[in-house]
Design a protein around this ligand. Structure first.
Ligand code: ADP
Length: 395
């Protein structure tokens, strides 16, 4: 029996049919430009990739293609459950949840906290429930893993009524990835997760670090929204909260314009004036592009500073894990970050670090160093596992 994992964005839908026990993928694909012209769905079959146009560009149409693919594989009856990635679960969800009318209402109630993501998640869920009407559906939240953070880590120093009345606090994101790679790191180190204090660094287009004590998140760098913390592809990460007022006065920018610029025109892209893509930046920096070099340097400096901060949350640091497209592939970012972290007892093994690219995971620290690992994240498998476990327990 298999689990279908669905991850809907504002104009995209990623899907994968997996065996939750082994992680083996039977079918996967990506629908893009939904809601607009030129929508299509790319399906990765065992014998290659096909692209199917979606004339209406709708979620139900994309699910229609998915059903046809399942029928082609004779696999529709194998779909035991559908697991949905949902970005924001607020304070209501500290674990995955079977989708009921009450749970849908609670996800709806979190829309103000994630106005771009949660509505897309809900639209995808509605289309999936119509297409797969006789199996259980489960919501797996990006925020749930971080609900174990203590109040000292999740409260902002702002008027208390903002927290009470509007839920202004730190929630954290990427929870599925942080939880997965922490478990994998424990397996690789051959130690029980319950006995390890780890910092995990998820570095993709979005970036966050988490402090994980005995398998529980105790702090993370993202906050009320996924804009806080590290320098990211196009997101600024931390800035002075006084910046909005200053730029509104000096540049005449509206709140909407400022928010858009901090989300889409900042980060590596803003600093370099070139691109949000780390691989391209490394190439450009190598060719002497000053903006690219600075962007990578700021990215690394801020990353090292936040990792060091997470050590405070843990008290004792047993390991550091790199994951995400940058964490899994950029030996240069990892070695520069570890050089900055020498103060905490990190030393890199250059050979092991250079070898840990393109899907090769493993330990990259020298002997005597705090253990440092590269682990390939697998959010789809984690969502499939959580979904199957919940369904098996009949919750
Ligand atoms: P998303 O968050 O969208 O899932 P990914 O986890 O795929 O993104 O990460 C994308 C980032 O990973 C990009 O900045 C990309 O340049 C970077 N990346 C991928 N491969 C490499 C590489 N070989 N070297 C440096 N950066 C890489």
């Amino acid at each position: 029996m298999k689990t279908l994992v669905v991850n809907c964005g504002s104009s995209s839908m990623k899907f994968a049919l997996l065996d939750p026990a082994s992680g083996a993928v039977a079918l996967s694909g990506l629908a893009e430009r939904l809601g607009g012209a030129g929508a299509s769905v790319r399906v990765d079959r065992e014998d290659g990739r096909v692209t199917v146009p979606l004339p209406n560009g709708s979620y139900p149409e994309a699910f229609g293609v998915l059903l046809a693919e399942l029928d082609r594989l004779n696999a529709r009856a194998e779909v035991q459950a559908v697991g949905h990635r949902v970005v924001h679960g607020g304070e209501q969800f500290s674990a995955a949840s079977l989708l009921s009318p009450e749970v849908l209402k609670a996800i709806q109630a979190c829309v103000p906290l994630a106005p771009l993501h949660n509505p897309a998640n809900l639209e995808g869920i509605a289309a999936a429930q119509a297409a797969f009407c006789d199996v259980p559906h489960v919501a797996v939240f990006d925020t749930a893993f971080h609900q174990t953070m203590p109040e000292v880590a999740y409260r902002y120093a702002v008027p208390e009524a903002w927290y009470r009345e509007h839920g202004v606090r730190r929630y954290g994101f990427h929870g599925t990835s942080h939880a997965y790679v922490a478990g994998e790191a424990a397996r690789v180190l051959g130690q029980p997760l319950e006995e390890l204090n780890l910092v995990t660094a998820h570095l993709g287009n979005g970036c966050s670090v988490a402090a994980i004590a005995g398998g529980r998140s105790v702090d993370t760098s993202m906050g009320l929204t996924p804009l806080e913390g590290l320098v990211m592809g196009t997101r600024s990460g931390d800035v002075d909260p006084g910046l909005h007022d200053y730029l509104a006065r000096e540049a005449g920018l509206s709140l909407t314009e400022l928010t858009a610029a901090l989300n889409r025109e900042s980060g590596l892209k803003g600093l370099s004036g070139l691109t949000n893509d780390m691989r391209e930046l490394e190439e450009a920096a190598g060719q002497g592009h000053a903006g690219a070099r600075l962007a990578v340097q700021v990215f690394v400096y801020r990353l090292a500073k936040l990792i060091a901060g997470m050590a405070v949350a843990l008290g004792r640091l047993d390991g550091l894990v790199f994951t995400g497209g940058i964490g899994e592939n950029s030996a240069a970012v990892r070695s520069a970050t570890l050089a900055r972290l020498a103060v905490l007892g990190f030393t890199v093994d250059d050979g092991a670090n250079a070898a840990a690219v393109r899907g090769q995971s493993g330990v990259i620290s020298a002997s005597g160093s705090v253990s440092t690992l590269v682990v390939n994240t697998n959010e789809e498998w984690m969502i499939a596992r959580e979904t199957a476990e919940l369904v098996a327990r009949g919750l």
